[in-house]
Design a protein around this ligand. Structure first.
Ligand code: ATP
Length: 231
């Protein structure tokens, strides 16, 4: 479904991602792993258009994305849940969700909203609450719900459990599993490597801007992981 070939991204003189190629097939949950600064977030941002690639190609179902603005990529079926959640704190839960749906015209908003509320009943209860007063885990549910409002084919998630309590980490990861089971393809960066490996169809490990391992998670023993992370 998603094909990334020879992707390179630079921040001025800093080459953050170099010649990265990977794919995500229909129905898969694929994780990008690796230590801080490896280029994982930059890769996700280049796919969803939040940052410009210097070379390479990104296609979804054969359609080239790199020339498109982020909003047009949403229309192609890509939704990005950013690192740090970034919900609109002064707006209500409902208003945040409505914003997630408006970029794709013609969606049955009420029906999609119902599906998001079924996945996250807490958001239904809190639909009129100001989003900034939600806990971190609840804000993460909202950020995921907002992304689902565009009915993405590919859901991109950057560190969805960052800063959450161990209990809430389990809740969020279980929801991500549910979303995949319901048929949404997922590309994720997750710092809990063992959890990510357990949940993923396949993983890619990045180091200093490149991919150093690709395969099924069960090929990654703790020793191999340590070696890949530490170099
Ligand atoms: P982390 O888990 O710390 O977010 P990451 O694997 O997602 O790590 P990136 O955030 O993609 O890594 O960063 C890749 C490289 O690009 C790093 O060297 C980082 O310092 C650099 N970088 C990231 N964002 C910027 C920016 N806005 N301006 C300049 N350099 C940046």
């Amino acid at each position: 479904m998603l094909k990334v070939s020879g992707l390179s991204v630079a921040y001025g003189p800093i080459q953050a991602v170099r010649d990265v190629s990977f794919e995500v097939r229909q129905g898969e949950l694929v994780s990008l792993l690796g230590s801080n600064g490896a280029g994982k977030s930059t890769t996700l941002r280049a796919v969803s258009g939040l940052i410009r690639a210097s070379s390479g190609s990104v296609t979804i179902e054969g359609r080239n994305l790199l020339a498109l603005a982020p909003s047009a990529r949403v229309s192609c079926g890509i939704a990005h849940v950013p690192e740090g959640r970034r919900v609109f704190a002064s707006m209500s839960v409902f208003e945040n969700l409505a914003l997630g749906g408006y970029t794709v015209p013609g969606l049955a908003m009420e029906e999609t909203l119902g599906a998001v509320f079924d996945l996250f009943p807490l958001l239904r209860e809190r639909r009129n609450q100001t989003s900034g007063t939600l806990s971190g885990g609840e804000q993460q549910m909202l950020a995921i719900g907002r992304a689902l409002m565009s009915r993405p084919k590919l859901l991109i998630m950057d560190e969805p459990t960052m800063g959450l309590s161990p209990k809430m980490v389990d809740v969020i990861l279980a929801k991500i599993d549910d979303i995949r089971r319901q048929g949404t393809t997922i590309l994720m960066v997750e710092q809990n490597a063992m959890d990510a490996i357990r949940m993923s169809s396949r993983v890619y490990v990045m180091r200093t801007g490149g991919i150093v391992f690709e395969g099924a998670g069960d090929a990654l023993t703790p020793d191999i992981i340590k070696a890949l992370y530490l170099g």
